[in-house]
Design a protein around this ligand. Structure first.
Ligand code: ADP
Length: 467
């Protein structure tokens, strides 16, 4: 049915009739639109100044058709058995076949044989919301085109006939991209595998080198232990040899001293001054040499003798020393009580005797020697300090004076040059340290450090000894 819109453009009567006419035309227009909406009208005739025009429903569908034809996806309408009712140019392009040859044919002709059963399955039971699946499209012509595509299938009911709307999306780019990604991934994996293998190799080489090093270190340690034992044996045999020599030297020395003294005692009147002077020099020299040999023997004994350490109170030992004849002329200030230390009482006595002896010996002429002995506990050690008002020592000699026969005061003061060597050796053998702070003219402060022996740290079985 075609409705002519011309009736809507009749000549206008005066006001009231014009309104009536307009209301009629409005009612007609609404009826026409309702009829078109319900599908009762296929076309609408419109009279215009430029001439009559018919607007058909086919015409209004046209833009949908244009859209489908212009779209970049393949679009088809097929029956459930695959018969193609409609195809757009893009699909024809994808399968490189003219549209004429496609329409009426079967979709199966354009799908690779291996995908047929899958397509059949999909077409047999498409859910109402549709389904998407991957297929390989191919051309029936000789170009041999093979195109990966995603087919989106959706059921359609066209005036009671079951159809399927198909949208085919070319997946070539996606596949190419996926393939590229896959190759890159494979390359990456390959590189990682190669690198891992290299690292494993390096690691193995490192481990081997490390093992070799350890073996070498063990070998070296063994050698060092062996050599140390050899050296210790050599040193102790040398020490024994020195000790024997020193010991044996005392006998002829005593003879020299005895005869030179006898010469002076028994024949002094028969000798002239020069001869007496010679005899006296022999006596003095042999006395000095004997002192030195005895000091050396004491030093040697410190090396070779056993030195058990016990908890020792240095206070009484120092008090005893201070009262002895040697220190009568000096003022000795003992800051007792002093903390107990782990020491060998005999060695500690020898060490203190030497330090106190030096403290009262190396003072300027006319000065009354003053010595102060105090202690400082530092963690698990005790530092015993011996300070004097003596001549002091130039710091450049501080490291030398603890060596055997090192004297820095010349012959102005008597001595063997072994006293401080004995101090150092004795303290070391007791597991301690020794040092000095001094400057010329400002006195000296010698110190020794020993392990503190408070009640809690005393070893079981050790006894507290007062020397
Ligand atoms: P010795 O006392 O027999 O000379 P030591 O080994 O005891 O030998 O001392 C070495 C040197 O260190 C001494 O000759 C002296 O020069 C110096 N010395 C040691 N103690 C003191 C001190 N308290 N004051 C100044 N100098 C000292």
């Amino acid at each position: 049915m075609v409705m002519n819109a011309k009736t809507m453009q009749t000549e206008a009567p005066p006001a009231q009739s014009e309104i009536t006419n307009l209301l009629e035309r409005l009612a007609q227009a609404e009826a026409s639109l309702e009829a078109m909406r319900k599908g009762k009208v296929d076309a609408l005739g419109i009279c215009e100044s430029s001439g009559d025009q018919v607007l058909t429903l086919k015409g209004s569908e046209k833009h949908y058709r244009l859209l489908i034809e212009a779209m970049n996806e393949g679009a088809l309408t097929i029956l459930a058995d695959g018969t193609i009712l409609y195809c757009n140019p893009r699909f024809a392009e994808m399968v490189q076949t003219p549209i004429k040859k496609i329409i009426g044919g079967s979709l199966y002709h354009f799908v690779e044989i291996k995908d047929h059963s899958s397509l059949q399955r999909q077409l047999r039971q498409i859910p109402s919301v549709g389904v998407k699946a991957e297929f390989t499209l191919c051309a029936t012509c000789s170009t041999g085109v093979r195109l990966p595509a995603q087919l989106s299938l959706r059921p359609l009911d066209v005036q009671g006939v079951s159809m399927v709307a198909v949208v085919a999306t070319d997946q070539t780019d996606r596949k190419r991209y996926e393939e590229k990604l896959r190759i890159q991934k494979e390359e990456l994996e390959q590189r990682v595998a190669t690198r891992t293998a290299e690292l494993t190799q390096v690691n193995e080489a490192l481990q081997a080198a490390q093992e070799e090093l350890h073996a070498h270190a063990r070998e070296l340690e063994q050698k060092v232990t062996h050599r140390t034992a050899e050296l210790q044996a050599t040193v102790s045999s040398l020490e024994q040899f020195c000790y024997t020599i020193a010991h044996d030297l005392r006998a002829p020395l005593r003879t020299m001293h005895g005869f030179s003294s006898a010469l002076l005692d028994d024949f002094a009147p028969a000798l002239n001054d020069v001869a007496r002077g010679y005899a006296r020099r022999i006596t003095d020299a042999s006395t000095r040499m004997d002192e030195q040999i005895r000091a050396l023997l004491a030093y040697g004994r410190l090396n070779s003798s056993e030195m058990p350490l016990i908890s020792t109170d240095p206070g009484p030992l120092l008090e005893q020393l201070a009262k002895s004849e040697e220190f009568k002329h000096a003022r000795v200030d003992l800051r007792t009580p002093l903390p107990k230390v782990f020491a060998n009482p005999i060695a500690l006595r020898q060490v203190m005797e030497n330090l106190l002896g030096n403290a009262v010996k190396f003072v300027a002429a006319g000065t009354v020697p003053q010595v102060c002995v105090s202690a400082k506990a530092q963690g698990d050690t005790v530092r015993l300090l011996i300070e004097d008002n003596g001549i002091g020592i130039d710091p450049k000699y501080h490291h030398r004076i603890f060596k055997v026969f090192e004297r820095v005061t010349g012959s102005a003061y008597p001595g063997t040059g072994i006293g401080l060597a004995i101090v150092q050796k004795g303290v070391e053998r007791m597991g301690g340290r020794v040092g000095v702070e001094s400057e010329p003219g400002k006195g000296s402060r010698f110190w020794i450090e020993l392990r503190k022996a408070d009640e809690a740290s005393e070893t079981p079985g050790s006894t507290s000894v007062v020397v």
